[in-house]
Ligand binder design. Structure first.
Ligand code: LLP
Length: 439
């Protein structure tokens, strides 16, 4: 009962005495061993989530259907090694991510290259490294890939990114499937059909299907079903108008993750089952052939497999106003509260047996008032030197980290059979390694 009140959220968190344990490890001991800020990743949970997606997609959509890990959520060599070992594909959005996957030995024919502004250099680099698919956003990109593929004497496999016009009622800044979007080509305006016809006509292009992504942190399956209906109807129109048989439909990423107690818990397998039932019924009723389905989960693979630990630097009480607990990280390792007002669950990792009665705002160490991790949380009253844990930080934290104020990026440790350093802590030398002393 007491632990439930503690808001532990996920089954990889537990308490022993006064200490928070994560993936079975003593978090306070790990802070001593590796220093803070420290990102811990539960390796088994990451692997299990990848397996859940792979098995459920094979079971419900058929053996040719695959999850692609959307590595923008968290990209480092080890995660591509894990994705490869688990037999799933990956989605990359830059040649930086591509290079990291390559370094991990990830077979690049199983990588899908996204992004709405790929340069000729990006395209050439990806083709030379044997990229599997490009996901193409615009005419400019389509023509550039055609030109570069032709120069290399290949026909490059692509999917076209289409905007189905769905607003999944999520945060505006992360809802990308609407018509007015910097991503993709809209069905509603007729431009999706036009770019499809052009793609079919180009020598260097091997069009294999379509992609859509409607947004992120979505808890309901309905927007995915709605998007699938629109896309399958479009695929049917394309078959009638252009005689094109679509092999793949990629439904993008976007399943939500529980960050705070009030968020629902999602059964990802059940979501996939519901979407597949919906698609099968829709196709049967409309006498349509169902393409192979791909999905691109990012957040739901890694978010709840991560926590961040900090050390308290100061506790400041402003009489009549509020209390600030300042930590040794901040928006440089987790900019999501500053950017989106995202909610997080905060604990005091070394005072888990004390009452959560101290209301405070968790402030970062950066020189900016908006550098907050969370406002008005309740934790046991901490002291300088205590460890603060912020839960569910596996996705879009390290991958969005910066060196603002020349603060160094945290270490990342994988917790499996043993604890393994996966990304070294940045040093102050690292932070200035590209600078040139003026002559
Ligand atoms: N596929 C595409 C084309 C995407 O744009 C995204 C995320 C994904 C897949 C993965 O979506 P997920 O399963 O992770 O929801 N920085 C924001 C999230 C931006 C998401 C961008 N696209 C945040 O911190 O909430």
């Amino acid at each position: 009962m007491y632990l439930e009140e503690k808001n532990l959220l996920h089954d990889n968190l537990s308490v022993e005495g006064s200490t928070l344990k994560f993936a079975g490890y003593d978090t306070v001991a790990l802070c001593k061993k590796y220093g803070t800020p420290l990102i811990l990743l539960d390796e088994n949970k990451i692997r299990n989530r990848m397996r859940t997606y792979k098995n459920a997609m094979e079971k419900y959509f058929g053996t040719d259907s695959r999850p692609l890990y959307a590595s923008k959520a968290l990209s480092f060599v080890g995660i591509y090694q894990i994705a490869n070992e688990e037999g799933i594909n990956t989605d990359i959005v830059s040649i930086g991510e591509l290079y990291t996957a390559k370094k991990a030995g990830f077979p690049l024919e199983r990588a899908f290259f996204h992004g709405n502004s790929k340069s000729d250099f990006d395209i050439e680099y990806a083709i030379e490294n044997g990229i599997g698919f490009f996901i193409v956003d615009t005419y400019d990109e389509l023509y550039a890939i055609d030109r570069i593929a032709t120069k290399h004497n290949i026909r490059q496999k692509i999917l076209l990114r289409i905007t189905p016009g769905i607003d999944p009622h999520t945060h505006e800044a992360i809802s990308t499937g609407k018509v007015d979007s910097k991503f993709g080509t809209a069905i509603e305006t007729g431009q999706a059909m036009e770019i499809t016809k052009t793609a079919i006509s180009l020598e260097g292009i091997d069009l294999r299907g379509f992609h859509c992504h409607i947004g992120s942190q979505i808890f309901d399956v309905k927007p995915f079903c709605d998007a699938a209906d629109i896309m399958i109807k479009f695929i049917d129109d394309v078959k009638r108008e252009a005689g094109f048989n679509c092999e793949y439909l990629n439904l993008g990423g976007g399943f939500g993750v529980r960050y705070v107690q009030s968020d629902p818990e999602i059964d990802y397998e059940d979501n996939i089952r519901k979407i597949s039932e919906h698609i099968n019924t829709y196709c049967a009723q409309n006498e349509l052939t169902c393409p192979k389905i791909l999905m691109e989960p990012g957040r739901s693979i890694v978010a709840d497999s991560g926590i961040t630990l900090y050390t308290v630097g100061s506790v400041k009480e402003i009489t009549g106003y509020k209390n600030y607990v300042a930590i040794d990280g901040g928006m440089s390792d987790n900019p999501r509260y500053a950017l989106y007002g995202s909610e997080y669950t905060v604990l005091c990792a070394n005072r888990m047996d004390s009452e959560d009665s101290y209301e405070c705002t968790i402030a970062g160490r950066l020189c900016e008032s908006g550098d907050l991790i969370q406002e008005n949380v309740k934790i046991p009253k901490p002291q300088r030197g205590d460890n603060i844990a912020v839960l569910v930080t596996g996705a879009y934290n390290y991958s969005m980290a910066s060196n603002y104020n020349r603060v160094t990026k945290p270490a990342v440790v994988l917790l499996g059979e043993k604890d393994r350093l996966a990304i070294k802590r940045e040093s102050i030398e690292d932070v200035s390694r590209l600078d040139i002393t003026l002559e």
